[in-house]
Design a protein around this ligand. Structure first.
Ligand SMILES: Nc1ncnc2c1ncn2[C@@H]1O[C@H](COP(=O)(O)OP(=O)(O)O)[C@@H](O)[C@H]1O
Ligand SMILES: [Mg+2]
Length: 596
């Protein structure tokens, strides 16, 4: 098949077409309607011919009436069949879009974090919305046009040839001419059509960035320049769109001219044949009606070429996400651990780590051990690699060398779901979802009772604040937790995590935005929780004062653990540690003297 070698994007579009097999009834009814419509269309000119030659020319009123009746029936039939084919095509297209959107979304849920480091969410949004819409239009409209165009073209060509082959030859010269015109047109303008999508994607990413960064924009008083940046890009999109409209509009007069020239030839040459009695008047009128069924499909197919090219590109982009490799996945013999099986021991053995795609070694030769139920603290300057160490335990990333063990198991041998459900993490940037505070706290365990939720909120020192809100736990927070301060969001995030069942709790700078007094209250209640549950806690902390009682403190510097031990031991052996502590005490001096 020659059309197989066309573009590299064709396979993706073929995969879209394969989805149609899931809707056999729609496809079946759609094709039947389409065939019936084409048949009705092809028969109508023959009715005219019969009415004129047998009715009007022979003064037979009976035939004229019958002909009129059949024409009405044909019109009704056309209505029904056209509804049938469009309804089926649209239904299939909506179902395909539904399916693709779901596939892309569920993929985004399973992709590893490393994927998001290299892909902007604006790009992902464009794929779920605009690219899926392109594919939907292709299935709902274009596919039908092309199929019906091809069948109509072939049947009409056969009919005109059997009617009058000389006249048919004249008519069919229109096809190569139209094909030539269209191919020139697309060769000249294909870049222009591609530009529309590119400009739209640019515009979307600016919009998305600005919505997320609205506070930064306001803080830096950059509203005007952001508006002008958006306006400029929006203007570019407008220009490209107008240019597209222009070139398409310019093409039409040329095509109409072509069709009129053909009509002229048919009427001229055919008229002479009628006068010479080689062709009846009815036949000539019928023949002329078929011209529409020949030229229109050629144009339809021609214009469909552009849509098909766009849909191919869209399908390729959509399947790029659906097929994206998941770096972190379960190995085939992954072990499932129940909560009662797990004790909470953590062991790093000579761990080295590089972020995917990065050339810099973020962690080097990290070795340490946390015994079940211990409180381990990680301290160090920003950028030293503390979060990276924490990310390796629930396997958000895989080590580059060495092994991370939980209860003696290499984390890569454990089932991800089971590992992550026993290792709970509170991130520094507390992202809340739109919904009530109660729903946010119960995110991990939606069936929790209000008592459990309140208990978790008390541990996180946020219960008193929630009680002061007019709607209490039913207060709605925005999608990014707008309406709550950074520290309040962090505390809701702590409550959300504390509520779940875990044996290992990781706090990644979880109280960085909470005042020192409240932070130490949170730590106290977490300490009680640790005693009660016998769970292991790993706390990354800025303030050394808050973790000085830890069973073990790891001092991280430039991706290495440079010292580990109890607070007093570190003070004695590490000048870096002593230095950090000294700077913090100096900083806090005036504040703590104010408080006490
Ligand atoms: N997603 C990432 N991709 C590439 N490099 C990263 C990524 N996240 C962090 N890094 C780099 O790794 C180093 C350690 O970062 P991180 O562990 O977050 O430090 P800390 O938590 O101690 O402040 C930094 O130099 C940072 O630039
Ligand atoms: Mg960090």
């Amino acid at each position: 098949m020659p059309e197989q070698k066309s573009t590299s994007a064709t396979p993706s579009l073929r995969r879209v077409l394969e989805i149609l097999a899931s809707y056999p009834w729609f496809v079946f009814v759609g094709i039947i309607s389409l065939l019936l419509l084409i048949t009705t269309n092809a028969l109508t000119p023959q009715l005219f011919r019969w009415g004129i030659d047998r009715g009007i020319s022979e003064n037979n009123l009976d035939v004229v009436f019958k002909c009129a009746l059949f024409l009405v029936l044909a019109a009704v039939g056309r209505g029904i069949f056209s509804f049938g084919q469009n309804f089926c095509a649209e239904s299939i297209s909506q179902n395909v879009a539904y399916r693709l959107r779901n596939q892309v979304f569920s993929k985004t849920q399973n992709l590893s974090l490393s994927y998001y480091n290299n892909t902007s969410s604006g790009q992902l949004l464009t794929r779920v919305t605009s690219d899926v819409e392109q594919i939907r239009t292709f299935i709902g409209t274009t596919l039908l046009q092309v199929t019906s165009g091809f069948i109509t073209l072939i049947t009409s060509s056969i009919i005109v040839f059997t009617m009058n082959w000389k006249l048919a030859l004249i008519t069919l010269t229109a096809i190569p001419l139209a094909v030539f015109l269209l191919s020139q047109f697309f060769k000249k303008n294909s870049k222009l059509f591609g530009m529309v999508q590119v400009k739209l994607a640019n515009l979307n990413s600016i919009l998305e960035e600005n919505l997320i960064g609205v506070r930064v924009v306001k803080a830096f008083v950059r509203e005007k320049s952001e508006i002008s940046r958006y306006t400029t890009l929006n203007g570019e999109l407008l220009d490209v769109n107008i240019k597209t409209v222009k070139v398409v509009r310019n093409l039409f007069p040329v095509l109409f001219l072509l069709s009129n020239l053909i009509s002229l030839a048919v009427i001229g040459f055919g008229g002479a044949e009628v006068i010479g009695k080689q062709f009846s008047l009815g036949e000539l009128i019928a023949f002329n009606s078929y011209l529409v069924f020949i030229l229109q499909p050629v144009l339809q197919i021609g214009f469909a070429a552009g849509v098909i090219a766009q849909a191919s590109a869209s399908a390729k982009r959509v399947y790029e996400i659906i097929d994206a490799k998941i770096d972190i996945s379960n190995n085939p013999n992954a072990i499932v651990l129940g909560l009662s099986d797990i004790k909470g021991e953590i062991k790093f053995e000579n761990v080295g780590f590089r972020y995917p795609g990065s050339t810099i070694e973020t962690l080097k030769n990290i070795s340490f051990e946390a015994k079940p139920g211990e409180f381990i603290a990680i301290v160090g300057m920003t950028g030293s690699g503390k979060s990276s160490i924490a990310n390796l335990i629930p396997r958000f990333y895989d080590v580059t060398s060495g092994i991370v063990r939980v209860d003696g198991y290499d984390v890569r041998d454990l089932k991800l779901e089971s590992l992550r459900s026993h290792v709970a993490t509170v991130f520094q940037d507390a992202t809340l979802f739109s919904g009530t505070i109660r729903e946010n706290i119960a995110y991990g365990l939606p069936d929790s009772s209000l008592e459990q939720i309140i208990e978790a909120a008390k541990i996180a020192q946020i219960h008193d604040f929630i009680s002061t809100l007019p709607d209490g736990y039913d207060t709605i927070v925005g999608e990014r937790g707008i309406g709550l301060s950074g520290g309040q969001k962090q505390r809701v995030a702590i409550a959300r995590t504390v509520l779940t069942d875990f044996q290992i709790l990781i706090l990644d700078d979880a109280t960085s935005a909470v005042d020192a007094k409240t932070a130490s209250l949170i730590l106290e209640s977490l300490e009680e929780l640790r005693q009660a549950r016998q769970c292991t806690i790993i706390a990354i902390a800025q303030r050394i004062s808050s973790i000085r009682n830890a069973d073990k403190i790891l001092l991280v510097d430039k991706g290495e653990v440079v010292a580990q031990g109890k607070h007093e031991e570190l003070l004695a052996m590490s000048s870096l540690y002593a230095g950090i502590l000294a700077s913090q005490i100096q900083q806090n001096q005036p504040i703590s003297s104010q408080i006490s």
